[in-house]
Design a protein around this ligand. Structure first.
Ligand code: PLP
Length: 399
């Protein structure tokens, strides 16, 4: 039977202390123990279901983590105060000083900066590869390699990672495959395709309201427990805990994610087709000429479409800026970074969310300086939106 992330969430019975239809919010930093010996046991990690201190676990965060684990089909999950916290604590949990990892060269700019600049402090070496070239990935593995890192759909190039093939390579070398699934929740279920750990910026589609920053790590019980270990856990010791009030509002938003993803995908496919018809260079995995189209079809859950992200290439950043400013004036959406919002957002990737990537690396990964990345919103009438965009393109004589 097909994996159905939306029904997995729906089937969870998570209600509050007084039968509330939404789980109760636990607004406490610390918890009482009726018996001192239970506290000792909790520190030693052998008391199931006992809460100790909210940096360790919080009941509201646990509800959200359980719902995300259900969505992902993983035995466990952990929530963090940002997507970067999820990524960095996962990497630091898996890699020690002197280790090595292999990463896709196209990733979110913050991830790229962490991998290429910050990990140097710990003498953790990173080899960047074109993740679509599987032989390049395997060749980069060394005796001290601990993991392969990729994004299911890469930011901002929208390449598709072949997750079953990358999982095979990882298993062959006894290393972990860590996948950032921020662009493709529900559409792609990386753990079901062989990934060992799935990370998210919840800030984006999962929350969908642009009112907070949050993240998640989904994996097996042992890995999640290792992150929470009071002596050696990167999540416990670095402390990027999500506030429980936020966690409970994200939890409610998660229940509408399946409907939102369908509408984001529907609108993005429509706009991608129109950009193409207008003769612009367009990147969208839902179009047949996208190099990852067939692979995406093999890996995706078709109920949710090809996603809400598209990119157009206007060749120069000047042209990209002119169009973005005009689109904002005409009410197409906002000139802003981030994604997964109910309104359309657009930004010039090379000068914003990928600006951490040096120019020569941007060239190497094929990132044009005129690339505009769109996170297509939930517009009810997307034809009307296209009319506005067309007006802008014509006014600037780009079509
Ligand atoms: N992963 C991807 C693919 C992203 O696009 C981003 C942010 O833009 C992040 C991770 C980082 O997430 P956060 O901003 O929630 O820390």
């Amino acid at each position: 039977m097909k994996f159905d992330p939306a029904s997995s969430i729906q089937d969870l019975l998570q209600f509050g202390e007084f039968g509330d239809v939404n789980p109760s919010i636990t607004d406490s930093a610390t918890y009482t123990f009726m018996e001192a010996k239970t506290m000792v046991g909790t520190f030693e990690g052998d008391e199931e279901g006992c809460f100790l201190y909210s940096r360790h676990w919080n009941p509201s965060n646990k509800y959200l983590a359980d719902a995300l684990a259900a969505m992902e089909g993983t035995p466990a999950a952990w929530v963090t105060a940002s997507g970067m916290a999820a990524i960095t604590t996962t990497i630091l949990q898996l890699c020690n000083a002197g280790d090595h990892l292999v990463s896709s060269i196209t990733t979110y700019g913050g991830t790229f900066a962490f991998l290429s600049n910050y990990l140097k402090k710990f003498n953790i070496e990173v080899s960047f590869v074109d993740i679509t070239k599987l032989d390049e990935v395997e060749k980069a593995i060394k005796p001290n390699t601990k993991m392969i890192y990729t994004e299911s759909m890469t930011n901002p190039m929208l390449q598709i990672s072949d997750l079953p093939a990358l999982a095979d390579i990882s298993n062959k070398h006894n290393i972990k495959l860590v996948v950032d699934n921020t662009f493709t929740p529900m559409m792609i279920a990386p753990a079901k395709l062989g990934a060992h750990i799935v990370v998210y910026s919840i800030t984006k589609f999962i929350n969908g309201k642009n009112d907070c920053v949050a993240g998640a790590v989904c994996g097996d019980e042992d890995f999640i427990a290792s992150m929470a270990d009071v002596n050696t856990g990167s999540a416990m010791l670095l402390g990027p805990v999500l506030d429980p009030l936020r966690s409970s509002s994200i939890h409610k938003n998660l229940h509408t994610l399946h409907i939102r993803m369908k509408q984001h995908s529907h609108n993005a496919l429509f706009l991608a087709g129109k950009f193409k018809e207008a003769g612009l260079r367009i990147v969208y995995p839902g179009l047949e000429d996208h190099p990852g189209h067939e692979l995406m079809k093999k890996q995706m859950n078709p109920d949710f479409g090809f996603g809400g992200m598209i990119a157009i290439d206007l060749e120069t950043s000047e042209r990209a800026n002119e169009l973005m400013e005009k689109m904002q004036k005409e009410g197409v959406g906002y000139l802003a970074v981030s994604l997964g919002y109910f309104k359309t957002l657009f930004s010039n990737s090379g000068k914003s969310t990928s600006s951490e990537v040096p120019d020569e690396v941007q060239k190497e990964m094929g990132l044009s300086e005129g690339l505009i990345r769109f996170s297509v919103g939930l517009d009810h009438d997307i034809e009307r939106t296209w009319e506005k965009i067309q007006l802008c393109l014509k006014a600037l004589k780009f079509i």
